[in-house]
Design a protein around this ligand. Sequence first.
Ligand SMILES: Nc1ncnc2c1ncn2[C@@H]1O[C@H](COP(=O)(O)OP(=O)(O)OP(=O)(O)O)[C@@H](O)[C@H]1O
Length: 231
Amino acid sequence: MIQVQSLNHTFKIGKKGKEKKIEVLKDIDFEIQQGEIVSIVGKSGSGKSTLLQVIAGFMKPDSGSIKVNNTEIAQFNEKQSAAFRLSHFGFIFQNFQLLPNQNVFENVELPLKIKGVQAPIRKIMADKILSKVGLLEFADHYPNELSGGQQQRVSIARAMITNPPIILADEPTGSLDSQTEKEILELILKLNQTENITFMIITHDEEVAQIAHRKLRMHDGQLLGEKNYVI
Ligand SMILES: Nc1ncnc2c1ncn2[C@@H]1O[C@H](COP(=O)(O)OP(=O)(O)OP(=O)(O)O)[C@@H](O)[C@H]1O
């Protein structure tokens, strides 16, 4: 489903003429199969978020190949990336990234609105997803009226509403207490099993990593395979 080959990315920092280059992704190779949960763990600054951003098309890599369902996406322009994202990726972030002045229902239906889906269909789909994540009765609540775990459920519902084959999650439980973390991880496992959604989860939390079928480790811009995985 996702095949990444020889992926490299460098950031340039500092003033023009005196720029310093930081190699953040170094020759990354890996594959994710449909229906897998893969976690990518590593210390702060090892390049995990950059890898996710590059796969999602928010940043263009310097070189290398990213194939999703056999489509080469590494050198897509912004418009192509945005269209591809909408139909292939859902996102979950540590800080939920919900719109504060939109209620739960409006936050969840937003990707469908962007896709141009008509209101009555949006309503049916959003209600269905909200009941899957156990939040139907909170549809008219605003994000600041919800607990952290509930807000993350809303963002999971929003990630799923377009039926993406893969969800990219960056520290999905990073802002949650341990009981709520457990509930969100159970929800991710349930969605993986019942909907066959593939998850790539970036985390520095070994407990989160444990739910994955496969664990990969980022170290200083390099991705170490399972054979090299040491806790
Ligand atoms: N936009 C940017 N410009 C310059 N350097 C950047 C930029 N974004 C990230 N970096 C650098 O790239 C390296 C990897 O950052 P990245 O955020 O990918 O790491 P991470 O493993 O996700 O860390 P964390 O767990 O703290 O989120 C760091 O040294 C960071 O300072």
